[in-house]
Design a protein around this ligand. Structure first.
Ligand code: SIN
Length: 522
């Protein structure tokens, strides 16, 4: 089945040479030194792994092929990692399959203890993990540290949750019978994870999967494999047995196809684009796998006339510019009621102007690069489309003078839902402001999309908070708050933003099967 060929391959970075050409000499000197010092330090700490992990063994690709991992802020080469394909994935699946029996038979509390140890190790190595994230993904170091804490929190949460997979006894329909419902791990899980949260998204899947007894084959993004490998090394050190957590890197379409075709893989969990999610869903049909999909968003952020403007500016800034706008829950459309529009646009733009752009390793930087050239080109295309349809640039609107993959934090005024910037997921530092008159109009604009992941609203009215949050066709709603993700709450979308929930007590259900057991003739 060549189902995923091309689709999963993703865009390739331009050559290191081209990207280095764009780097200013001063910047290149500093950052190259910083990065190579950091890489040496990571190598010494044993966390710089550059091979895949199959059955507890660090392995190269069978044909020796490798792929480059580059720093999106500088274009420099960080490492070469194996470019694996079908065969390596099949071996990883076999290893996960044979480990399933022993891992799932351990007591829940024993699995929980090992996960707890993994959590502790992640935190003990938080500085090194954050450095890896900044180097390969680009987000500022402080934000990377936040991601380590965020990722680790899922491991801690599910270490505890392992013991709470409760079952049911159903009141019987016949006196000589007892009816039970038990929950069992689904089996081998194929987890495909994105580059925007190289640790967080793996932890959010591996935590619940391992907690309830599943084993995994993880395929991290080709842009950010190093964080995944470091996390897997810490999992081994924590006593997660060889074969329970395998990591394959490389040819996304071959790896995806091998996972889909295998009858031993019983579940696919994916975070990424809606287009790829649909292919995975279709590809899972043949072997009828359980599927969880966390796909693209188009988050509306509605600022009503009665909002506290300081709260609204701060919350919108956080919802828009986290990870340079590269999250599925980033505010994609900022709907502002006409009475507050000018005041909000001014205050918001002033805050955006203060965002310091640069290499995430540098002090004070809060906006890093975009992941690659293709991402910058997409942002340029969306901004161009918006201005051609009548939007005005309030701030920014072009590539940053740093060159490379840096784009200026941008505010666009007078946007509307016909513009591509409001229809497509921007995944970049561009805030589009739309003007609206009434609550009904805001709800109608907000829901006019196939996506349904996150939405935000800013208002001081409690009745309006209820009305609007209930009317929004979204899986997550933030009221007077722009950062709402947490391990204790369910994360997931409606409509074409996905299926299933991650995190929270609901997250573990995605990795469990329900079995009905009937005791007769008692
Ligand atoms: C995502 O962008 O996919 C995840 C964002 C989050 O966990 O808050």
């Amino acid at each position: 089945m060549a189902l995923l060929r091309v689709a999963l391959t993703g865009c390739h970075l331009p050559s290191t040479y081209c990207r280095l050409r764009l780097l200013l000499p001063r910047q290149m000197g500093t950052t190259t030194r910083q990065s190579s010092d950091t890489i040496s330090r990571l190598r010494e700490s044993g966390l710089l792994k550059t091979q895949g992990l199959i059955g507890g063994k660090w392995v190269d690709s069978y044909d020796g092929k490798t792929i480059k991992v580059e720093n999106p802020a500088t274009g420099e080469l960080l490492a070469n990692v194996p470019f694996m394909g079908k065969k390596e994935t099949e071996d990883a699946i076999s290893s996960a399959y044979s480990t399933f029996n022993s891992w799932s038979k351990l007591s829940a509390s024993e699995r929980g203890k090992r996960l707890r140890k993994w959590y502790e190790l992640l935190l003990a190595h938080k500085d090194d993990l954050a450095l890896l994230i900044t180097l390969e993904q680009g987000k500022p170091l402080k934000e990377a540290l936040g991601e380590v804490a965020y990722g680790a929190s899922f491991i801690e949460f599910f270490a505890e949750e392992a013991k709470r997979v409760y079952c049911d006894i159903i009141p019987t329909t016949q006196n000589d019978r007892r009816l039970l419902v038990i929950k069992q791990p689904v089996g081998v899980v194929g987890a495909i994870t994105p580059w925007n949260f190289p640790l967080g998204m793996i932890a959010r899947k591996a935590g619940p999967a391992l907690a309830c007894g599943c084993t995994l084959v993880v395929k991290p993004s080709e842009y950010t494999p190093l964080t995944a490998l470091a996390a897997a090394e810490l999992a081994l050190q924590a006593g997660i047995p060889p074969g329970a957590l395998n990591v394959v890197l490389g040819n996304a379409s071959e790896i995806g196809d091998a996972l889909l075709e295998s009858t031993q893989v019983r579940k696919i969990t994916f975070t990424g684009s809606t287009a790829v999610g649909k292919k995975l869903m279709a590809g899972s049909a043949n072997t009828v796998k359980k599927v969880s999909l966390e796909l693209g968003g188009n988050a509306p952020c509605i600022v009503f006339d009665d909002a506290d403007i300081d709260v609204a500016v701060k919350g919108t800034l956080a919802a828009k510019f986290r990870n340079s706008g590269q999250t599925c829950v980033c505010a994609n459309r900022i709907l502002v009621q006409e009475g507050i529009y000018d005041k909000f646009a001014k205050a918001f733009s002033e805050s955006v102007q203060k965002l310091q752009v640069g290499n995430g390793l540098e002090e004070g930087v809060v906006q890093g690069p975009l992941i690659n050239e293709t991402a910058v080109e997409k942002v340029e295309r969306l901004v161009k489309d918006a201005t051609s349809k009548g939007a005005n640039i309030v701030l920014g609107g072009k590539r940053h003078s740093l060159g490379m993959t840096f784009y200026e934090p941008t505010v666009i005024g007078n946007a509307n839902n016909e513009m591509l910037v409001c229809r497509e997921e921007i995944f970049g530092p561009v805030a589009s402001l739309l003007r609206f008159k009434t609550e009904e109009e805001a709800i109608s604009i907000a829901n006019d999309t196939n996506a349904g992941l996150a939405a935000y609203l800013f208002t001081q009215s409690i009745p309006r908070s209820w009305r609007v949050s209930e009317a929004l066709e979204y899986g997550l709603v933030g009221i007077n708050e722009g950062l709402i993700s947490t391990e204790v709450a369910p994360f997931g979308g409606v409509k074409q933003s996905g299926l299933g929930r991650e995190g929270s007590k609901y997250g573990i259900d995605e990795y469990l099967e329900i079995k009905y057991v009937c005791f007769g003739n008692i």
